[in-house]
Design a binder for this molecule. Structure first.
Ligand code: CA
Length: 468
């Protein structure tokens, strides 16, 4: 091993060169002109491990290079991460927009979205591996990306439903067109009947359905009712109400109102009325038999034999027992639950259709006195309530429907409270979706309002001319 001399320059006091502590080593020393003491120390090999020092220096150098390399890598990842974070933020905004309904589903390119998400996910995974998976920011980013991916898939499945619904509508439209061409020569033009009057010979036909839109709570809210104020010549003809029940298909907890038709179509200017108060659900509604009549919403009070009436101006809720009426899904309509009470209104006033144990489940037609909020008269029919899908009143005549198939309904039964006569008839009603949750007539526009598996649908009715 080569001996390497080390030169130690010691700043010692002038003229004094101490060598006391270095006795054991070979030391030569001299004092220069400036009075500095210069010593040459030759260290033996076994005292200072020069070879280790050397290798340490080399390792340190290599380490600093690799650290520099890693730092550069992390810096580049950080800048890419910043770009992707920005992209993720944009994506979140877009998904939020879709969720809040600001853009239609079709405006969203799902394929592109999914690609972008996949790209981000792979980069984040790469990052996570290079950082030994210990970086919490990257972990949470990965989690966020996966959440957003799930969200997009859900939205896409909704969109598929939407596309399917539209396709079904197109098929029905084509069918309607064909029917229209076929029937063009058969249907005679009937004289118009003045709204709110009964100067006609009874119900003769129902037009094809007109689908307004989906209820505001979405596809999953299949139960409910909707319409306008059914009171003859109401002062609030433009007001529209939509009551989408909770997904338990039983409780009406919130009712939405729109001041005008355009608002309903665009889901604009809504007013929501919540019927529960601090976990008290007694004034909530039950079933889809509700109706708006003279600025009051009438419905079956939740979990009870009572009828509820909420004044829209004051929000006050009145309760009144419906004597002997069965409730809590005893005799609901076919295919729907909890519609033990079905409120109806026509040119003659307000009605409630229900059953009793005494009637053995057959429909009882009750005429309501709106002043006393009590039944002033009742008619027992021979029609079993669970045997019909829904019913409505026109000029004191109850009409009931039953399914023909999943796309068609038939108005097949009638009971005239004026003559106490019942009878059979056959008027076909096309439906958009399979189940009718609510069907009622409004004398102010001669329309039927149907809540059809969450869709809001109307029909125009036509009457026979007066027989006199
Ligand atoms: Ca009804």
């Amino acid at each position: 091993m080569e001996k390497i001399p080390l030169f130690l320059i010691m700043a010692l006091s002038v003229g004094h060169c101490s060598s006391a502590s270095l006795d054991s080593y070979n030391i030569t020393g001299s004092v220069d002109e400036g009075g500095q003491c210069l010593c040459t120390v030759i260290l033996p090999d076994n005292t200072f491990p020069m070879h280790r020092m050397e290798s340490l220096e080399i390792s340190s150098y290599n380490l600093s290079i690799s650290i520099q390399r890693e730092i550069t890598k992390i810096e580049s990842y950080q800048s890419t991460l910043a770009v992707y974070l920005k992209r993720l933020y944009n994506l979140t905004l877009r998904v939020e927009k879709v969720e809040t309904g600001d853009v239609s589903y079709t405006e969203l390119d799902f394929t592109l979205l999914k690609l972008e998400i996949k790209e981000m996910e792979s980069l984040t995974l790469q990052l996570s591996v290079s950082l030994n998976g210990s970086n919490t920011i990257v972990e949470s980013l990965l989690m966020e990306i996966r959440n957003i991916s799930i969200m997009v898939s859900q939205l896409e499945s909704y969109d598929k439903n939407n596309v399917l619904a539209v396709r079904r509508e197109i098929v029905l439209l084509q069918k309607r067109l064909q029917d229209c061409q076929k029937n063009q020569t058969i249907i005679p033009t009937l004289p118009p009947v003045i709204h709110g009057t009964c100067d006609h010979g009874g119900l003769v036909n129902v037009t094809k359905p007109f689908v307004m839109q989906l209820n505001w709570r979405g596809f999953n809210y299949k139960y409910g009712g909707w319409g306008r104020d059914s009171f003859v010549n109401t002062s609030n003809k433009n007001l529209l109400w939509v009551a989408a029940l909770n997904t338990d298909a039983r409780m009406m907890q919130v009712v939405r109102f729109h001041p005008a038709y355009d608002d309903l179509l665009l889901y604009k200017n809504p007013t929501d009325k919540t019927l529960s108060r601090n976990y008290d659900y007694s004034n909530c509604g039950q079933g889809s038999g509700m109706i708006l009549y003279n600025n009051c919403l009438y419905y079956n009070c939740y979990n009870s034999r009572y009828m509820c009436r909420m004044n829209l101006d004051t929000n006050a809720v009145q309760r009144m027992i419906l004597p002997d009426a069965v409730y809590n899904n005893r005799f609901s309509y076919a295919a729907v639950t909890y519609q033990d009470m079905d409120f109806a209104a026509d040119e003659e006033g307000l009605w409630v259709l229900y059953s009793t144990e005494e009637s053995a489940g057959n429909i009882v037609i009750g005429k309501l006195n709106v002043t006393s909020f009590a039944i002033e008269r009742a008619w027992a029919t021979t029609q079993y309530k669970p045997g019909v899908t829904n019913a409505f009143m026109i000029c004191g005549v109850m009409y009931a429907t039953r399914p023909v198939n999943t796309r068609r309904e038939e108005i097949f039964y009638m009971y005239d409270t004026n003559t106490r006569r019942e009878g059979r008839l056959s008027i076909m009603v096309d439906k958009m979706m399979e189940t009718i949750q609510s069907l009622q007539y409004n004398s102010n526009d001669h329309k039927l309002y149907m809540y059809n598996d969450g869709y809001l649908v109307t029909y125009d009715v036509t009457f026979l001319p007066s027989s006199e």
